[in-house]
Design a protein around this ligand. Sequence first.
Ligand code: HEC
Length: 165
Amino acid sequence: MMKLVIRTFVVLLVALSFMPLAGGRGEAVAAENANPVKERQKLMRAVGKAMKTTGKMLRGDLAYDAAAATAAMATMSDVAGRYAKLFPEGSDMENSIMDFDQESDAKPEIWTNRKDFEVKAVALLDASTKAGKAAGDKAGLAAVFDEVGKTCKGCHQKYKAKKQQ
Ligand code: HEC
């Protein structure tokens, strides 16, 4: 009998000690994903800006700046690593479940082909990581930069409604 009481007490203690932790974590995640549509669009705009600046440098419209080009590729890699997590169920272009008061270009296929969508995000991560390593000089980056651009199209054609890229 005593054994059972002790065991029950221990179980209760363990359960209690985990409860605030679990609650806190849940809240943090919810806050982070409060508006995933807005967040992912903001991140993608940063990718678009990085792409534009780098393109200008490679075309010679801007002086080549190795540090800026490396930073632009790092921005892309950072976004690519986090991007696929910002597509919770129901946050598609019709905003069917969530009321975000926000237009989204995300096609419903993202959720039916989730694995493929994630593969395409990893493709951007890989290409921008490779390009970042090559960005020390203009010729080096120019040789691999097309691969980065291809990953934008590769994903947008299938999963983004308005073709901006
Ligand atoms: C893994 C898929 C994927 C890859 C790779 C990707 N995008 Fe996107 N992008 C999207 C999706 C999906 C949207 C629409 C998001 C939404 O509206 O909810 C989007 C939206 C955008 C937008 C519009 C953001 C806004 O203000 O609404 C820009 C600009 C953009 N992408 C640029 C790029 C560039 C440049 C690249 C390549 C360097 C790229 N994207 C790679 C999936 C991708």
